[in-house]
Design a protein around this ligand. Structure first.
Ligand code: NDP
Length: 241
């Protein structure tokens, strides 16, 4: 997969899976425009990773739209930024629910709208990959708001796939299992919970960011020209277990 001469917007490229995606894209010739929150990550992306970077809080809808417009023109879009807060269903707060939906569901919609509007206006083709989660397929205790936000994202992916593909823009979802990143440390630091999850993964390990990044790049590339609207697990078989 050669991304020479291609410009790719990657949200959440400051850490974890997004950071690995950005690194691989730069290695394969792409010009990466990162949309992320922490200024230290923005500096590192510019100085160490060879990316352009825009600092934005994707929980803020207006700021997200402005950042998406500032990131254009672009050939491809990867919505990778995501966040979680662990709360049992009965204790899930409206505030946490709204925060997660804002970042995990609404922000991908806004960025994709601006990206797709630009491509359609210019008569150009493209592709979008939304990073979802196995949490959109199954109910994971303490993840009510997260599961709901990712289920909502899947709905958006499918509608985008139907509405945008006739205009030359494919949209697909990628669904990682536990992936060894700062988010996983937050969600799976309880050894008992982590062991229970691991037991259900037939390949016997959690994912590395590079496992996810490779699949994202494939779905973005012309090699996947006929793949549209899918939800691709990157889960070592968790979903069949
Ligand atoms: P990390 O927490 O390691 O990194 C997430 C990145 O997104 C960070 O750069 C973070 O910036 C950025 N981000 C989060 N909230 C905002 C915001 N409001 N505005 C701007 N940027 C923001 O997460 P992962 O790499 O683990 O996750 C990447 C994606 O993969 C997410 O969508 C996640 O839901 C999904 N996923 C992850 C799994 C895992 O086990 N790790 C499993 C399944 C799916 P900052 O740190 O500055 O807030």
């Amino acid at each position: 997969m050669d991304f020479n001469g291609k410009t790719v917007i990657v949200t959440g490229a400051g850490k974890g899976i997004g950071r690995e995606i950005a690194r691989m894209l730069v290695e394969r010739g792409a010009d990466v425009i990162a949309l992320t929150r922490s200024s230290a990550d923005v500096d590192a992306l510019r100085e160490e990773a060879g990316c352009r970077a825009i600092e934005v809080d994707l929980a803020d809808a207006d700021a997200t739209r402005k950042a998406a417009i500032a990131a254009l023109p672009a050939d491809f879009l990867i919505n990778c930024a995501g966040t979680t807060e662990l709360q049992p269903f009965l204790e899930t707060t409206v505030e946490a629910f709204d925060r997660l939906v804002a970042v995990n569901t609404r922000a991908p919609m806004i960025v994709a709208q601006e990206y797709a509007r630009f491509l359609i206006k210019e008569g150009r083709k493209g592709a979008i990959v939304n990073v979802s989660s196995v949490a959109s397929f199954v109910g994971i205790p303490d993840h009510a708001a997260y599961c709901a936000s990712k289920g909502g994202l899947d709905g958006l992916t499918r509608v985008m796939a139907k509405e945008l593909a006739p205009r030359g823009i494919r949209a697909n979802g990628v669904h990682p299992t536990v992936t060894l990143t700062p988010m996983a440390v937050k969600a799976w630091s309880d050894p008992e919970k982590a062991a229970g999850m691991m037991q259900r993964i037939p390949v016997g390990r959690f994912a590395e960011p590079s496992d996810v990044a490779e699949v994202v790049l494939f779905l973005l590339s012309d090699e996947a020209a006929m793949v549209n609207g899918i939800s691709m697990p990157v889960d070592g078989g968790y979903m069949i277990a």
